[in-house]
Ligand binder design. Structure first.
Ligand code: NAD
Length: 532
C-alpha cells in the first residue's frame, strides 16, 4: 500500500513537473529515445556523467521554444576526465589495430540503429532539414566503416638501406590524447570523422561540442558510451565536455597533455587555436571558414548548374563551410542564368526543417540574423544590387531569413568575407583566367566548382594555375563531399585534412626506424670515423 502511494506521488510529481516545465524536449519521442531529458549533464568523464558548471539552454531555432537545460563542465571535472583518458590510452594503445577497427565498426552500427532519431534531433536543435540530418549521421556511419577497413592498412613504407645488413622502415604510432572541437553546423559528422580515425589509430579523444547544440553532442556521446560498455572497454576512449563561453574550450587547447587539437569552426577562433597550440609545437588539424565559388562557363549545362547552385547556396540555410557564396558567370550566359535563378529562389519552401516539404530551415541562433542584415547593408554600400531577398523574416518565430542574391563587384570587401547565411554574390567574367583569378583572390580556400564540358577548361581549373582550394570540383556543387577523399581547405581555411585518403596519418607520430642486423658499423654517406 505504502509503495503504491509512493509510486502515485512520484509519478504525479513527474506529471506536475512536466506540465509546469518550460522545457519541451520530452514531447519529442525521438529525443526520449536518445536519452535526453529536460535537465542534462554536459560532461562525460569516461566513468560518469556530471556537470556542475554554468547552465546552457538549448533553443529550437524554428520556434524559439526552450528545449532543455544542460549543466556544463567545471575545471575539476575536466581534470578528472583527462585522468581517465590517460588510463584508457594505456589500455587502448596495446589493442591490435584491427580489433580497434572492429570497435569503430560497432560505433558505426550503433549510429546506424539511431540514424532516424539522431537525424530528427539534428533537425530540431541545429535547424537543417531532416534529409540533411539523416545525411549527416550517414557520414558518421560511412567513416566508421572506412576507419574499420583502414585499421588493417595503417601501412608504413619499407626503404632500401644504403648500408649492408641494415633495414629501414616507417612506423605509425598513436599520438595519445586528442582534443576534438566541433562547430555547430555538423555537430555529429565532424565528431565521426575525427573519432573514427583517432580511435582506429590508437588514440583517445576529448570532444568539445558547440554550445548552441549541446543535446546533439550528449545524444551522440551516449550512443558511443554504450558500445564501449558492451565491449568491456574504458568509457574514456571518447569523453565529452561542454562549456558556456570560451572557458572549457580554452582549457582544452592550452592543455599540453593534448597532443593534437582538431578544430572545426571559424577562421577567427581557428587562428587563436593555432597560435596557442603551435607555441608548444603540438599539432593541429584546422578546418576553418570557406568562401566558395562556382564558375559557370560559356558552354555549361545550365540546368545542371542551376540545380547544383540551389543546393549549395540555399541548402542548410547557407550554413555549410562549403556553401556556395560566390557565383562567377560567363557574361554571355549571365542574364539568362540569373532570370532562372530568381525564378527558382521564389519557389523555395521555407519552414520547419522536420516537415518533408521544407527546403530552407532557420539559422542556428538570433545573433546570426544581425550578421545577415549587416552583410546585406555592407553589400549595398559597396555597390551591391539586391536581385532577390535581403530581409529577415519577422512574420513568424524562429531565426528565418530570405535566401538572397546580390550582384556586386568581385572585389567588394564584403565578398571576401564569410557570412554564415544564405547570401549569394553574383558577378560576370569574360576570359577563364579572369574567373580563376576571382576564385583565388579571397583569403579562404576550401571548396570550388566549375561547370563546363570543355576538357581544356577542366584541366586548366585543376592544374598549377587553377583553383587554389582544397576541393576542386567540376559539374557538381561546392558542398556535399564524400568521405573517401581528404576533406579540407588551404589558406585561411587552415590547411587541415580530415576523413579519407591519408588523413589518418595526422593522428599518428611517424618514426623512421633503422636497424643494423650485422656485426659492422658502416655509417651513412660512407663517412669514416675512426676504425668503423
Ligand atoms: P566557432 O568558431 O564560433 O566555434 C567552433 C567551436 O569552437 C565551438 O565548439 C566553440 O565553442 C569553440 N570555441 C570557441 N572559442 C573557443 C576557444 N577560445 N577555445 C577553444 N574552443 C573555442 O564556429 P561555429 O559558429 O560553431 O561554426 C561555423 C564556422 O565553422 C564557419 O566559419 C564554418 O565555415 C566553419 N566550419 C568549417 C568546416 C570545415 O571543415 N572547414 C566545417 C564546419 C564548419
Amino acid at each position: 500500500m505504502l509503495s503504491s502511494i509512493t509510486t502515485f506521488k512520484s509519478s504525479s510529481s513527474i506529471l506536475l513537473r512536466s506540465l509546469s516545465s518550460k522545457f519541451t524536449i520530452s514531447k519529442y519521442p525521438f529525443a526520449r529515445e536518445l536519452g535526453l531529458k529536460e535537465t542534462n549533464l554536459g560532461c562525460f568523464t569516461g566513468k560518469r556523467w556530471c556537470g556542475s558548471g554554468k547552465k546552457l539552454i538549448s533553443l529550437n531555432p524554428t520556434t524559439d521554444e526552450q528545449l532543455a537545460e544542460v549543466y556544463t563542465t567545471t575545471n575539476e571535472e575536466y581534470e578528472e576526465t583527462v585522468k581517465n583518458m590517460e588510463e584508457a590510452f594505456d589500455i587502448w594503445a596495446d589493442v591490435p589495430a584491427p580489433k580497434r577497427g572492429d570497435i569503430v565498426k560497432q560505433l558505426g552500427e550503433a549510429f546506424k540503429s539511431k540514424k532516424e532519431s539522431l537525424g530528427k534531433l539534428i533537425s530540431l536543435e541545429m535547424g537543417k532539414i531532416y534529409p540533411e540530418g539523416l545525411g549527416e549521421v550517414q557520414e558518421t556511419i560511412d567513416v566508421c566503416d572506412y576507419a574499420c577497413g583502414l585499421s588493417r592498412m595503417l601501412n608504413g613504407t619499407v626503404f632500401p638501406s644504403e648500408r649492408e645488413n641494415h633495414s629501414m622502415f616507417e612506423m605509425w604510432n598513436p599520438l595519445g590524447l586528442i582534443g576534438v572541437i566541433t562547430a555547430f553546423n555538423f555537430p555529429n559528422a565532424v565528431l565521426g570523422w575525427n573519432a573514427s580515425l583517432a580511435l582506429a589509430t590508437g588514440n583517445v579523444c576529448m570532444w568539445k561540442g558547440a554550445s548552441t547544440v549541446p543535446l546533439i553532442t550528449i545524444a551522440s556521446m551516449k550512443i558511443m558510451e554504450k558500445v564501449f560498455k558492451q565491449n568491456g572497454l574504458p568509457g574514456a576512449l571518447c569523453t565529452m565536455i561542454l562549456g558556456s563561453g570560451r572557458t572549457v574550450g580554452e582549457k582544452l587547447i592550452r592543455d599540453k597533455r593534448m597532443k593534437l587539437i582538431s578544430f572545426t569552426g571559424s577562421t577567427e577562433i581557428g587562428r587563436h587555436v593555432a597560435e596557442v597550440v603551435h607555441t608548444d609545437f603540438r599539432s593541429t588539424i584546422l578546418e576553418c571558414g570557406g568562401n566558395n565559388a562556382i564558375i559557370v562557363c560559356k558552354d555549361a549545362n545550365i540546368k545542371l548548374a542551376l540545380r547544383a547552385i540551389l543546393f549549395a547556396a540555399v541548402g542548410t540555410a547557407g550554413q555549410r563551410c562549403t556553401t556556395t557564396r560566390r557565383l562567377i558567370i560567363h557574361e554571355s550566359r549571365f542574364d539568362e542564368f540569373i532570370t532562372q535563378m530568381v525564378k527558382a529562389y521564389k519557389t523555395i519552401p521555407m519552414g520547419n526543417p522536420l516537415d518533408s516539404t521544407t527546403l530552407l530551415g532557420p539559422l542556428v541562433e538570433k545573433k546570426t540574423l544581425k550578421e545577415y542584415s549587416d552583410a546585406i547593408e555592407a553589400a549595398k554600400q559597396q555597390g551591391g544590387k539586391i536581385l532577390y531577398g535581403g530581409h529577415v523574416v519577422t512574420s513568424r518565430p524562429g531565426n528565418f531569413v530570405e535566401p538572397t542574391i546580390i550582384e556586386i563587384p568581385h572585389d567588394a570587401p564584403i565578398v571576401h568575407e564569410e557570412t554564415f547565411a544564405p547570401i549569394l554574390y553574383v558577378m560576370k567574367f569574360n576570359e577563364l583566367e579572369e574567373a580563376i583569378k576571382i576564385n583565388n583572390e579571397v583569403p579562404q580556400g576550401l571548396s570550388s566548382s566549375m561547370f563546363t564540358n570543355d576538357l581544356k577548361n577542366l584541366f586548366q581549373w585543376m592544374g598549377p594555375k587553377g583553383s587554389d582550394c582544397g576541393l576542386v570540383n567540376c559539374n557538381i556543387p561546392t558542398s556535399g563531399a564524400e568521405i573517401g577523399g581528404a576533406f579540407g581547405g588551404n589558406k585561411e581555411t587552415g590547411g587541415g585534412r580530415e576523413s579519407g585518403s591519408d588523413s589518418w596519418k595526422q593522428y599518428c607520430r611517424r618514426s623512421t626506424c633503422t636497424i643494423n642486423h650485422g656485426t659492422k658499423l658502416p655509417l651513412a654517406q660512407g663517412i669514416k670515423f675512426g676504425d668503423n
